[in-house]
Write a protein that binds this ligand. Structure first.
Ligand SMILES: [Zn+2]
Length: 412
């Protein structure tokens, strides 16, 4: 299997690379980010999501805790009542950020948790204890589900579990076993899913709308028709043949560099926030277009912050918001509304935006035509045009070191 940095980036899949990087940063901030990649077979959605593990930074947990208790915020049944001294005595350890898959044949007990048979049959000290399932064990990491549309169709039980896990941030799981009290555990898990909307039973947003809405962002995967990108893929593939057995030292070093960089960004931008006029702008879109769920605009706000941080910028721009629109809205509104919302955004590259002051009365009649939109338009007018601002993500130095052209910024 190819490592994350060996995968070719092109205009059809670049958004997925960017969103998984956003989700990793979000995990470091303690906020789960639920992603759903939709696309035809062969667009590489599962490959990219699985390979993203290569750049997962480590997490620190209480030594041996299967629930990945943060030593500073213990949450599991064993550690949550312990004092800091008691926890310090147990010690801590670094483990890779979890990435666990839910297969279609998995039983609910395996996924949520079940009675710990080893403990209950221990003749020296029989105790009734719970063995955490895949979801609680993925705390502070990622659960991956392939073909989510099919799973949601065939397993309503598991769908209910996912609705609980993704319903709030952090989410929760309930472990129920006959003879034991119900155990409810908070879980901070990002759910990453993939599906092919052209295959049975069709798009998730049409079959299980409530579950579809739980995903913060949906990424539409495409192929590339750009000869340069295709040549790039060829080059990467021929280059890779030399390292088929093992990932080279260069790549290992670069994965390490990317992990460190994500940790640095998480620490540096931990207090990044949206300026009020941008928050008002999003709020007005919510009202004007009668968006069904508040999750949509929460996702827009959060995605804008993540995108801004990954570009190592201290100020959130209108372009951070507009980038988030299709990701947060394409599974929530119909395409006509999405187009209207996209068109309502002040175009940062257009000189047509002549507003100089946020509240100038001669503001162009753009939607939503309110002070917030005018302020957003004014801010956009002051944003550097894309041509001058070839923004690079944190991955650029890593990719260019490896001779990968990679990013296609600002093309949309
Ligand atoms: Zn614990």
């Amino acid at each position: 299997m190819k490592s994350y940095l060996q995968l070719a980036r092109h205009e059809g899949n670049n958004t997925l690379f960017e969103t998984v990087e956003m989700a990793i940063l979000s995990s470091l901030w303690g906020v789960p980010l639920h992603l759903h990649a939709e696309g035809l077979r062969g667009t590489g959605k599962t490959t990219i999501m699985r390979a993203a593990r290569d750049i997962f930074p480590p997490i620190t947990r209480i030594k041996g805790c299967l629930y990945n208790c943060d030593p500073e915020k213990p949450h599991c049944p064993f550690h949550k009542a312990m004092s800091p001294q008691e926890i310090a005595e147990i010690g801590s350890e670094e483990i890779p950020m979890p990435f666990l898959e839910i297969s279609h044949s998995a039983k609910i007990g395996t996924i949520v948790g079940s009675i710990d048979l080893a403990k209950i049959t221990d003749s020296a000290n029989p105790t009734a204890a719970i063995l955490p399932g895949i979801i609680p064990q993925a705390h502070r990491g990622v659960i991956f589900i392939d073909e989510i549309n099919r799973l949601a169709d065939t397993s309503p039980e598991l769908t209910d579990v996912l609705l609980d896990v993704m319903g709030t941030k952090p989410g929760r799981v309930q472990i129920e076993e006959t003879g034991l009290p119900v155990v409810e555990i908070p879980v901070q898990v990002s759910v990453w899913a993939a599906s092919n909307p052209d295959e049975e039973p069709g798009p998730l947003e049409e079959t299980r709308r409530q579950l579809a809405d739980r995903f913060d962002m949906v990424i539409d995967m495409g192929r590339t028709h750009d000869p340069d990108s295709i040549a790039e893929i060829l080059k990467l593939n021929s280059h890779v043949r030399m390292y088929e057995k093992e990932v080279s030292q260069d790549y290992k070093a670069m994965h390490q560099k990317a992990r460190k960089e994500l940790q640095n960004i998480a620490a540096r931008y931990t207090n990044l926030d949206l300026p009020d006029f941008l928050r008002n702008y999003i709020a007005r879109i919510y009202v004007k277009y009668d968006l069904e769920s508040l999750r949509a605009i929460e996702a827009i706000q959060h995605a804008a912050l993540l995108n801004c941080a990954l570009k190592r910028r201290d100020t959130v721009l209108v372009s951070d918001i507009t980038k988030a629109f299709p990701l947060a809205l394409r599974h929530r509104v119909d395409s006509e509304i999405l187009t209207r919302i996209m068109n309502s955004a002040p175009d940062s590259s257009s000189s047509a935006v002549k507003v100089t002051s946020p509240f100038e009365s001669a503001a162009p009649a753009r939607e939503p035509s309110a002070a917030a939109a005018a302020a957003a338009a004014a801010a956009a007018a002051q944003e550097p045009a894309p041509a001058q601002a070839k923004e690079k993500s944190f991955m650029s130095p890593v990719l260019s070191f490896l001779g990968i052209k990679g990013e296609k910024e600002n093309h949309s």
